[in-house]
Ligand binder design. Structure first.
Ligand SMILES: [Zn+2]
Length: 674
């Protein structure tokens, strides 16, 4: 390749990889398979090796990940959490061994440790004098997110290390992978299916999502597991080898994978790797390769570390489970929020014994990017419980009879014209009474943070929709005892209870009502902001995009969604019916609203007695605003337990800092704060 074309290709690869880095690390929502990502990264690495002058400090090869989200406090890792270089195939494992020997200037066999590579989420646990004090995500390798409260919910993580003959390290930063078992993941999806919610795509991303819940009680309900496999720093304890460290970890009560082995030569390494490969389908959890590390810590130190990864370790990546088949058709699935997902219908093909005939195509952009056409021969891939996906088209097999696919202009379920909002990859059906979305919307309307109709279970919703007693949310308010009692297995008393619950849901405040409507991007918080700012439903309905965007905290995307929602005639009709049938919108008391008016609050650290969400709701109920980061516009920073960088920033900017006690006092007092 000429230097000129290499330069072009490198630039393209960087842009592509940075995009996928963001999807993967920041959004937990990857668009391409890991194999495909690795292939692109590898191509960039190779080009940068050939043309050294093309390496820049901001190249994806020069960094570990991406910036963490803003919602949790940041944690700086005392020792950076590096990533591992990959080996594709056993030959590259042998090459790794040769590199090590050259580096260490030796012909002798090197002792390695070989372990299964758990396909989970990397975390760091900090123990001080044996006590678990902090846990964090890897983040970008240097700085992660403080997820201590969520990690505490994982029972396999000891809150205190077991003291053996030798006391634990005074400070130990131990690292591991948090994961779902296959059965735990299936059970979770089964539950979701029962509630009519969309299924999670794969265990690893779901584990990441579970660990990053702001409400740790949600994490606590998830069957998460952990294996620890290494450490950053270990003050006050001397480990001579990796193998010894793992043995000591076990003694201290930490969970270490049982399939880790010592290999005394590269030949033994190869045997161990083959063993790990054979484990792949027998284990209760996903593994995506084998990790090979030099055992001796002295030799590790001699081999050293590059900026991105240690030289003394490598990850052998498994080959993806792929197959080739013909794509017969593309069908559209309409999801809960009206999202139209294109699904590839394929000639059935088996991957490792499992027959596959459908694969997701994500959205129109993905179809265009991969240039997938109906009739194409395609490579598909699956891994464990992951929804199969189309990896690429085999262009050489094209006959010219293939046809392009466009997402239809009308919803296949209800014929409403679909919309695609700026900045979004998906097309959506905006119709509130689209049958595909109806059940979910009904459940949402009656849910706790919305109109809170008690006793309206999944089964009853299904029955009400199936019997066409409820075709829009407005129909709740025209139900009678006779109608409900006609449903299968509905006792008189239960029918009466439901009617009572529906009756008492009629008085609802504006914010809850807005939330109940299920407008995209309008969660409980945004609903409160809109209600607080516009006061009446009429005002919101009549607001144009500009007026909506002028509200603090309402971005262009939310503004467009709200505006579009009220442009849809059917939506307006349903709202009118709701009001005609007795729904009464209440406003928050004026006097209360004034107290924190015009004041912006930022919370940092753990609060006693209430969650962050409760505290923010409290501030908003008193007319104040909350923000997630400290700026010059912040009026108060409330500092809880283990507060992080936000407290420092507040001090730098001269923002008033309050303890929780002072904040509680302020809430109780009659006077507005100054
Ligand atoms: Zn529709």
């Amino acid at each position: 390749m000429s230097r000129e074309s290499a330069e072009k290709r490198v630039a393209t690869l960087r842009t592509t990889l940075n995009h996928h880095n963001h999807r993967y690390y920041v959004l937990d929502d990857p668009e391409i398979s890991d194999t495909e990502y690795d292939r692109l990264l590898r191509e960039l690495q190779d080009l940068e090796t050939e043309f050294k002058e093309l390496v820049t400090p901001d190249s994806p090869t020069q960094r570990v990940g991406a910036a963490p989200l803003d919602a949790f406090n940041s944690v700086e890792h005392a020792v950076p959490m590096l990533s591992l270089d990959n080996a594709f195939g056993l030959q590259e494992v042998r090459e790794f061994d040769q590199r090590i020997k050259r580096l260490l200037k030796t012909e002798d066999d090197i002792e390695y440790v070989v372990e299964p590579k758990i396909d989970g989420v990397a975390v760091e646990l900090v123990y001080e004098n044996g006590l678990f004090v902090q846990g964090s995500t890897r983040g970008n390798g240097q700085v992660g997110e403080d997820i201590t409260r969520n990690l505490r919910t994982i029972k396999e993580i000891p809150m205190r290390l077991i003291s053996t003959r030798a006391a634990p390290a005074t400070r130990l930063d131990v690292r591991g992978e948090v994961y779902y078992t296959s059965s735990g993941f299936s059970a979770l999806n089964k539950e979701r299916a029962g509630r009519g919610e969309p299924l999670y795509a794969n265990p690893r991303n779901t584990a990441a999502g579970s660990l990053r819940q702001l409400d740790s009680s949600i994490t606590a309900q998830r069957p998460l597991h952990i294996f620890v496999h290494s450490f950053g720093q270990a003050a006050g304890y001397e480990f001579s080898s990796h193998w010894q460290a793992l043995a000591v970890f076990r003694k201290w009560g930490l969970r270490v994978n049982p399939h880790i082995e010592v290999a005394r030569s590269v030949d033994e390494v190869i045997k161990c790797c083959e063993k790990v490969v054979s484990l792949r389908d027998k284990l209760e959890y996903e593994i995506d390769g084998a990790v090979i590390k030099i055992n001796s810590h002295d030799l590790q130190a001699q081999a050293g570390t590059r900026s991105r990864s240690p030289r003394w370790a490598i990850a052998l990546k498994f080959e993806a489970k792929q197959a080739t088949t013909q794509l017969l058709d593309i069908k559209i699935q309409v999801g809960r929020t009206g999202a139209l997902t294109p699904v590839a219908i394929m000639a059935p093909v088996k991957i490792e014994g499992v027959e596959i005939s459908r694969a997701t195509l994500h959205n129109q952009d993905e179809i265009d990017r991969k240039d997938v056409r109906i009739g194409d021969w395609v490579v598909i891939q699956r891994a464990g419980d992951v929804i199969p996906e189309v990896v690429k088209v085999i262009e050489s097999k094209r006959t010219g009879k293939e046809t392009l696919f466009r997402i239809p202009e009308k919803c296949p379920e209800c014929e409403t014209t679909v919309v695609r909002l700026e900045g979004e990859a998906v097309h959506r059906c905006p119709n509130l009474s689209c049958p595909a979305q109806l059940k979910e919307r009904i459940r949402h309307f009656a849910s706790k943070g919305a109109t809170d109709i008690e006793g309206l279970g999944v089964k009853l919703v299904d029955q009400l929709v199936a019997s066409e007693l409820v075709t829009t949310v407005a129909d709740f308010y025209s139900l009678s005892k006779e109608k409900i009692a006609g449903l299968e297995r509905m006792a008189d008393k239960s029918a009466q209870n439901i009617l009572t619950a529906i009756e008492s849901s009629k008085k609802v405040d504006l914010a809850r009502f807005l939330y109940a409507l299920g407008i995209r991007h309008v969660g409980e918080h945004v609903a409160r902001v809109l209600a607080g700012s516009f006061k009446t439903l009429e005002n919101i309905k009549n607001a144009d995009q500009e007026a909506l965007e002028a509200v603090h905290e309402i971005g262009p995307q939310v503004a467009e969604n709200v505006f579009q929602f009220f442009q849809e005639k059917k939506n307006v009709e349903i709202i009118e019916l709701l009001l005609q049938r007795g729904v009464e919108l209440q406003q928050a008391a004026e006097a209360q609203e004034q107290k924190f008016s015009g004041q912006t609050f930022v919370f940092t650290g753990g609060l006693n007695g209430y969650s962050r969400k409760d505290a923010e709701a409290l501030v908003e109920s008193l007319g104040g605003r909350t923000a997630s980061s400290v700026s010059r516009n912040t009026d108060f920073v409330i500092v809880g337990e283990n507060a992080g960088s936000k407290a420092r920033k507040a001090a730098e900017l001269g923002v008033t800092i309050l303890s929780q006690a002072e904040f509680d006092e302020m809430v109780k007092s009659e006077e507005p704060p100054d």
